[in-house]
Design a protein around this ligand. Structure first.
Ligand SMILES: [Zn+2]
Length: 125
């Protein structure tokens, strides 16, 4: 059984939909949506509306907290690598995982473990 969690939209409860009406008869109120899973904003929001409301209220604080971009980032041969999957199955009935560098057009094979490891990258810059 999955745990229920609340939508993180700061104004979620103000969106007047039937499914937000909760509480005992005679004391019904509009409340923040609660679900076992959400689809938006890394599964934190019930809708893009709630996600946008959150960003409008907290976005600047979040960007300042994690680091505001103040100069251009530059794509180079050293940091252009990204991971991909060839969905066509090989002779062993497996997908082929690889890193691809769109600037050099170079392709290098990856193991499935390297592909799934979020810390593994060929990028150096
Ligand atoms: Zn919401």
């Amino acid at each position: 059984m999955s745990e229920l969690k609340y939508c993180q939209g700061p104004e979620c409860h103000t969106h007047q939909t039937k499914d937000r009406i909760k509480g005992p008869k005679g004391n019904k109120t509009y409340q923040t949506r609660r679900r076992s899973s959400f689809y938006y904003g890394n599964r934190n929001f019930c809708s893009t509306w709630c996600q946008t409301q959150w960003f409008n209220k907290f976005g600047n604080q979040a960007i300042d907290h994690f680091g505001r971009t103040t100069e251009p980032k530059i794509l180079t041969e050293q940091n252009a690598w990204y991971k991909s999957i060839d969905w066509q199955l090989d002779d062993d009935n497996e997908h082929r995982y690889y890193s691809f560098n769109p600037l050099t057009k170079e392709q290098r094979p990856l193991t499935k473990e390297q592909y799934k490891d979020n810390n593994y990258t060929l990028n150096t810059g």
